[in-house]
Design a protein around this ligand. Sequence first.
Ligand SMILES: Cc1cc2nc3c(=O)[nH]c(=O)nc-3n(C[C@H](O)[C@H](O)[C@H](O)COP(=O)(O)OP(=O)(O)OC[C@H]3O[C@@H](n4cnc5c(N)ncnc54)[C@H](O)[C@@H]3O)c2cc1C
Length: 389
Amino acid sequence: MSSHYDVIVVGSGVLGTFHAYHAASFGKKVLLTEKDHYPIQATVRNFGQVVPSGMGSEWFNYGVRGTTIYKEIQSEFDISIRNNGSVYIASDEDEQRLIHELKSMMDSRGYECHLLTTDQCLQRWPVLSKDYCREALFFPQEVSAEPERMIFRLLEYASRKFENLTYKPSTTIIDCTVSGSTVEVVSHRKEKFTAEKVIVCNGGEFKLLFADLFRESGIVTSKLQMLRSAVMKEIPLEGNILTGLTIRRYESFQECPSFATTKTPEHLAELKKWGIHILFKKAADGSIIIGDSHEYADVAHTDDLGFTQNEYINRLMLEEASRIVTFDMNRIAASWSGFYPQHNEKDIVEIDIENKIHIRTAIGGKGMTTSAGYAEESIRKIYHTDDVE
Ligand SMILES: Cc1cc2nc3c(=O)[nH]c(=O)nc-3n(C[C@H](O)[C@H](O)[C@H](O)COP(=O)(O)OP(=O)(O)OC[C@H]3O[C@@H](n4cnc5c(N)ncnc54)[C@H](O)[C@@H]3O)c2cc1C
């Protein structure tokens, strides 16, 4: 096997895999590497909610394009994409005003959405609490993925589809240097690869490559706590279910006229302090994923976030969840922590070294929604052309 490639992608999370996918579909000879036996970071620990409706305006387009790409792939090969829509449930007047404002914004973009009354919501999701659900905004075209399955199926699909794509898991890249007109890449086994370009999609791994650069980058790591219920096939809760605190948090709502003057009611203050907003997603096996919370540390202090679960946060989440739905919140089968990097002033971190090494990381909490669309555009920009050959 030749060890020279057009492009080497470091990291096979959703962002790296879609960079490799699009580069391969543009005819490039691609090597995709992954340090672990298989991806185990944010890409498999998340909700799998694909929600362009929650994105700010520029990233909304990446989300919509990403949804189309997911649907196209799903029509050829099962990557676990289901089209059950997303719903934002408003629990008070302020949240109702925000969903009406978002509807106007989405109508002006021609993006399909419908307001639902309490009765219409209860008909569709009878386990919602009548007291909580005052009105909702439903996006029927949105999809979800099974995070523990999607990336593995996508890697399988891409490896079968593109003869020009090679996937090498268990291959940690420990050095990446521009040398003349190429980039030299070295693995932990001291294998050497060369390429015209290297794209580094390292997710939250900041110690192996460019450690000093990342320390100064302004990147912040977010730790999230997640819960999974026992299998509850009988509970009708299909789709991406997003609730009042999400309406008070997501970027699309931040662009609504009344967002800036919307106050946080007293009973939500403690939840907001821990970055909690309540989302539900019924997984394909019938369990229900419930989350999430957010705690933050800069790159130099990421280790201080720890790996344990703060039970107080889990209790706060379950208490709020039981105001929203009527089924038993005590049947929790698993809990875990997930981590993703983000930048408080940028939607993603893009660093280009000598126009040969292209770092793309810190996509934040929107990577499952936007990576497919963003990576397509990113490959075009890296090759400075609308028509990559
Ligand atoms: C709990 C949680 C819930 C979320 N929910 C959602 C959601 O519902 N919807 C949504 O859109 N987004 C969601 N997100 C965000 C989304 O999961 C992330 O944005 C996305 O997975 C980031 O993908 P990535 O490829 O950048 O990073 P990662 O998934 O971290 O992948 C990076 C990969 O690079 C590899 N790597 C790093 N360094 C090297 C090296 N030197 N050599 C080889 N390999 C290397 C790592 O092993 C890793 O596999 C959530 C995130 C979390 C944590």
